[in-house]
Write a protein that binds this ligand. Structure first.
Ligand code: IMP
Length: 500
């Protein structure tokens, strides 16, 4: 006979935290968000830990090398999407590992044959006010000039004026030589009062741009997630089909943490994949999932996984529950798996971190996930909204949006993610193609989110995630108390009629 769960499965929005006593030393400046990402023995330290409990989703619309650099700079980790050819994914990993903090590959490029109109359109689309002019319009072409807003006057210059006529030509540019250090580049920026310094190779090819603001940001970032060689830490998604080809390439590229990306991880294919990785690359770290209960957790842990990802059907672009009728409310899934993780730790002395993946809508959901036992969260929609995500920024009406599509949508066609065996195609979709509201830069948004988490932790009398997990008091909320929790029984000024 089928087994019935008598309790409904619950989502984060059905819970709130209760405050504990806040001592005077408990202020956001004293809170640490450091958290393990791979398993470790009692009394030992994990080999890889995050400085903030955030990871970006294994998705085409979220995690490329640019996102990975931006997130590692703030203390979290990206898992570069696996639904691309092996070499292209390995190349992205190499770019992150080879990235020199403060040196960016130019993302806005044109040729001298483009026009002022092209410059203005590019600026509108990307928000970048510095455009590199190269012979072929690529970020590594021969550098012929730079255009900034100081080079043209929108009111006077005709829109069809050629870039070659108004750019600051290479002969007038101050540039740094290939191999310059950040502090050498910074000296030139200060000496010549520049906002941006191009770094140029032997053939006059553009290598990087160094921005004054990035240098400042770099200096100001205490959370950077670096390995022993001072390279950013980066993850990558793999699947249970082509791992024998993909894993060696990713390991050779220097990946720090692998994760098997799948909507349902409680499968023999995942066990085989973990066994392959552990046998052939004993030092490699690999997470597995997704699971939503104790059985799934134990199966993957006993298969050798270094961390476990939790969640089925809660993702913002996910229609798995509608299409297949499987899944579980994210809060219930996290609570059950966290309890299994704690039991396993008591019995074996091995702590296996868990990641709550999908369904984070409000910042406080992150704090709740941590309080319920997650060691870190994975988010897609949250990161897709930022400048650093790899998708197009578009204007819809008066608002800017960014594109965001599921890995199980026809757009991504990531059939390897679905462990159904046999058929090498997506027979039906488990995700949608959508827009999210554009929100600006990752760093600015994350600073706010992190501050909210830290101040809530202080309300709960906790200076670390571990302490929050032990002390948190969590209550279910009724539908009517959710209404009470928002602004109510007032006329909001922004919605009221003007002039009457
Ligand atoms: P979000 O943070 O709510 O946007 O959820 C992101 C998560 O949704 C990812 O980390 C995946 O676990 C999951 N996901 C990504 N693409 C799909 C899809 O097409 N169908 C179902 N789930 C997906």
């Amino acid at each position: 006979m089928a087994y019935y769960y008598t309790e409904p499965s619950r989502t984060f929005s059905e819970y709130l935290l209760l405050p504990n006593l806040t001592s005077k030393d408990c202020n956001p400046g004293n809170v640490s968000l450091k958290t393990p990402i791979v398993k470790f023995k009692k009394g030992e330290k994990p080999e890889v830990a995050l400085n903030i409990p955030f990871s970006s989703a294994v998705m085409q619309a979220v995690s490329d090398h640019n996102m990975a650099v931006a997130l590692a700079r703030c203390g979290g980790i990206s898992f570069i999407f696996g639904s691309q050819p092996v070499e292209e994914q390995a190349d992205m990993v190499r770019k992150v590992k080879g990235h020199k903090a403060g040196f960016v590959v130019s993302r806005s490029n044109l040729t001298p044959q483009h026009t002022l109109k092209d410059v203005l359109e590019l600026k509108e689309r990307t928000g970048h006010s510095t455009v590199a002019i190269t012979d072929d319009g690529t970020p590594t072409g021969k550098l012929l000039g730079i255009v900034t807003s100081r080079d043209y006057r929108i009111s006077r210059d005709p829109q069809d004026k050629l870039v070659g006529q108004f750019m600051t030509p290479f002969s007038s540019l101050i540039y740094g030589k290939s191999g310059s250090t950040l502090s050498e580049a910074n000296d030139l920026i200060w000496e010549h009062k520049l906002n941006c310094l191009p770094i140029v190779g032997a053939e006059q090819n553009l290598e990087y741009l160094v921005f004054r603001k990035d240098y400042d940001a770099h200096k100001e970032n205490p959370y950077e997630l670096l390995d022993g060689n001072k390279s950013y830490i980066v993850g990558a998604g793999i699947n249970t089909k082509d791992y024998a080809e993909r894993v060696p390439a990713l390991v050779a590229a220097g990946v720090d943490v692998l994760v098997i990306d799948s909507s349902d991880g409680y499968t023999e294919w995942q066990r085989e994949t973990i066994e392959y990785v552990k046998t052939n690359f004993p030092k490699a770290k690999i997470g597995a999932g997704n699971v939503v209960d104790r059985e799934g957790f134990l199966y993957l842990v006993e298969s050798g996984a270094d961390f476990i990802k939790v969640g089925i059907g809660g993702g913002s672009i996910c229609i798995t529950r509608e299409q297949k009728g499987i899944g579980r409310g994210q809060a219930s899934a996290v609570m059950e798996v966290a309890a299994a993780r704690d039991d396993y730790f008591r019995e074996t002395g091995i702590y296996v971190p868990i990641c709550s993946d999908g369904g984070i809508v409000h910042d406080y959901h992150i704090t709740l996930a941590l309080a319920m036992g997650a060691d870190f969260v994975m988010m897609g929609r949250y990161f897709a909204r930022f400048d650093e995500s790899p998708t197009r920024k578009l204007k819809v009406g008066n608002n800017f949006v960014k594109e965001f599509w599921g890995e199980g949508s026809n757009r991504a066609r990531n059939w390897q993610r679905y462990d159904t065996g046999g058929k090498q195609s997506l027979v039906f979709e488990e995700g949608v193609d959508s827009y999210v509201s554009y929100a600006g830069s990752l760093q600015e948004n994350m600073e706010k989110t992190i501050h909210k988490i830290k101040s809530t932790m202080c309300n709960c009398g906790s200076l670390s995630i571990e302490e929050l997990q032990q002390k948190a008091r969590i209550t279910l909320v009724s539908a009517t108390s959710i209404v009470e929790g928002g602004a109510h029984d007032v006329i909001l000024k922004e919605n009221s009629l003007s002039g009457e």
